[in-house]
Design a protein around this ligand. Structure first.
Ligand SMILES: Nc1ncnc2c1ncn2[C@@H]1O[C@H](COP(=O)(O)OP(=O)(O)OP(=O)(O)O)[C@@H](O)[C@H]1O
Length: 580
């Protein structure tokens, strides 16, 4: 056994083990599969008895009971097939929901390292497409294939019981049928899969055109985008036509080979009937059995063929589920914080061997306001990330009210911190819902109160539907600064003990700048505040300025002292003033 087959088998075994948790539904499916396989066998057999024992001897008076039996066998067939179709879907959907729930939960539980190498599109595709391939192929396909194998086996046994020689003749065209299913069927399915890939490609081209519309227009590359779209569009048409060609070959060929079986049965069966070896009824039963090969054979072959793609999808799903970059939820729950934060010789690296913070020592007293300044890439946001426990220090520790952060539950810690990132993400929903999300216990009145306190209320009321404006619409209407105002309202609604602000003042017009700055100062009032200051004017309002350079604190103190010093901060300040 190759390693590949072994790992495929273990993937499959694990999946089946998990799917077995839906035992009851699966039991109904298995019963209906067996029932429908048996019922399918029954009707040709009853027909043969009707012909041989009732119609040919002319016992029409006694036919009623047999007719009823025949009818009942058809009803049973219908009943079990319906049951199988419905419960296979129920089973599949349960397995699908379970997988999707676990994947989504996993994404929410993961730490930020998890997202480093995975794009949004990739994760979405794993949750939506890969799970649906698994459902189609491994659940519906495997169960359907199992039913088909059972039907085929049943038909062959029933035929053998009736007549061995005629069975062999009836089966003569099976290799041909397998060949057609294998060759044309496989080509058809592959071509079909290709169409799905092309459709995905078309949507990604459209997505890129919409997302990058400003860049496309600014650089005048409309023609290039148009060409790319029509190229992909053409490829899609070609892929569909390929499917049509193979489909055109496949189904008629399957029908012809199936007919070949019937002709052989009629020819040889007729001869056997003539020599008195079999009855007409048996020949008729064989004709019916011979017509029932084609579906199951195609199912079994296609199951084998699709297994590879399903296993690949399963592998991608388990790769996410097994990823070890998970945030641990352990630690003491904190109710409130006094707000003292202390960095003790903190070293941190995102990638091994490349320290971004190098021995940072920083003591922030409860209720004090600290601005962190420094050049791009100095490590300012990293400091904020560590306070939020998005990451833990590689070496050293961060203490909250004197307690090592590693011992505090992340969730409870984050509840006490109001974080305002530089870029505000608005979730689908209204502006009201977007602020409310910060605190599940808050009411709409609380939101309005908080917004009034921050001076944000008036500008929200100017939106087309005020607080009820949809975030999508608001997203287009709002500037970076205005979005940050919503973010500030979110943070205040939490009534946090510590505030971390990554200000976006540099990307804001002077009028909004004033509004955002005032809102920031109000949010910071009476709370331990760490502000990552890109715009140095805000440093006038803090107790202490901390200058970070190349991952190290190189200077700290009140703004006046630092300006008087003529050191790092003075140079930064001067260069920004010059720029302005
Ligand atoms: N997720 C990450 N993975 C790897 N490296 C990172 C990651 N985030 C930041 N870095 C690197 O860490 C260094 C510090 O980044 P950080 O974002 O803390 O700087 P900053 O001072 O906030 O910069 P800016 O003012 O531009 O926001 C940079 O060299 C950056 O490339």
């Amino acid at each position: 056994m190759t390693n590949n087959t072994k790992s495929s088998l273990s993937l499959l075994r694990r999946f089946i083990g998990e799917a077995l948790s839906e035992r009851r539904t699966l039991l109904i499916v298995v019963i209906s599969i067996v029932g429908s396989a048996l019922a399918t066998l029954l009707s040709p057999y009853i027909l043969s008895i009707v012909i041989d024992r009732y119609i040919i001897p002319g016992r029409y008076g006694e036919l009623g009971l047999m007719a009823l039996l025949y009818f009942l066998s058809l009803v049973a067939q219908w009943f079990f097939v319906t049951l199988q179709t419905f419960y296979t879907e129920v089973f599949g959907q349960k397995v699908l929901r379970n997988l999707r729930d676990r994947l989504h939960e996993k994404i929410l539980a993961s730490n930020l390292d998890f997202f480093k190498e995975k794009s949004t599109g990739d994760l979405v595709s794993r949750i939506i497409n890969d799970t649906s391939v698994v459902n189609d192929v491994l659940v519906s396909g495997l169960l359907g294939g199992l039913g088909s194998l059972l039907s085929l086996g049943g038909i062959i046994v029933a035929m053998l019981l009736l007549d061995v020689k005629l069975t062999l003749v009836a089966l003569a065209s099976v290799p041909l049928m397998v060949f057609v299913a294998l060759y044309f069927g496989t080509k058809m399915r592959r071509a079909y899969r290709e169409t799905r890939r092309k459709i995905a490609k078309i949507s990604s081209v459209v997505e890129e055109s919409v997302a990058g519309i400003e860049t496309i227009k600014a650089f005048g590359t409309e023609e290039k985008a148009e060409k790319e779209f029509s190229r992909v569009s053409m490829e899609t048409i070609k892929a569909y036509l390929r499917v049509a060609v193979y489909m055109g070959f496949f189904w008629p060929l399957m029908n012809i080979t199936s007919l070949l079986s019937v002709i052989l049965v009629i020819g040889y069966g007729g001869y056997l009937e003539y020599t008195g070896e079999v009855s007409i009824g048996i020949v008729v039963a064989f004709i019916q059995y011979a017509q029932r090969f084609r579906g199951p054979i195609n199912n079994v072959v296609s199951m084998y063929d699709s297994l590879q793609s399903a296993l690949a999808a399963l592998e991608r799903i388990y790769e996410v589920l097994d990823d070890e970059n998970v945030e641990d939820t352990a630690g003491v729950e904190v109710e409130r914080l006094r707000g003292e934060v202390e960095f003790r010789d903190v070293w941190f690296e995102y990638e091994e061997g490349r320290p971004v913070l190098r021995g940072v020592n920083l003591h922030i007293r409860p209720g004090s306001k600290v601005a962190i300044v420094g050049r791009t890439g100095a490590g300012k946001t990293t400091i904020a990330n560590l306070i939020m426990r998005f990451y833990d220090p590689t070496e050293g520790s961060i203490l909250y009210d004197g307690r090592d952060g590693r011992g505090i539950s992340r969730k409870s810690l984050r509840k006490r911190i109001g974080y305002v990132p530089q870029e505000t993400y608005l979730f689908p929903g209204t502006v009201m819902e977007n602020v409310l999300m910060a605190n599940p216990e808050a009411t709409e009145e609380d939101v309005v109160r908080v917004c009034k306190r921050l001076g944000v209320h008036d500008f929200i009321m100017k939106l087309p539907k005020g607080y009820e404006t949809s975030a999508g619409e608001a997203g287009k209407l709002l500037s970076v600064g205005e979005r940050q105002l919503i973010s500030l309202a979110r943070a205040l609604l939490k009534d946090p003990d510590i505030v971390i602000l990554d200000e976006a003042l540099s990307s804001v017009d002077p009028k909004t700048e004033r509004l955002v700055q005032d809102a920031m100062l109000r949010l910071m009032e009476g709370r331990t505040s760490v502000i990552i200051a890109h715009r140095l004017s805000i440093t006038r309002f803090v107790d202490e300025v901390v200058v970070v350079e190349n991952g190290e604190v190189v200077e700290r103190g009140p703004i006046d002292a630092l300006l008087a010093n003529g050191g790092h901060f003075y140079r930064l300040y001067a260069s920004q003033m010059q720029g302005d």
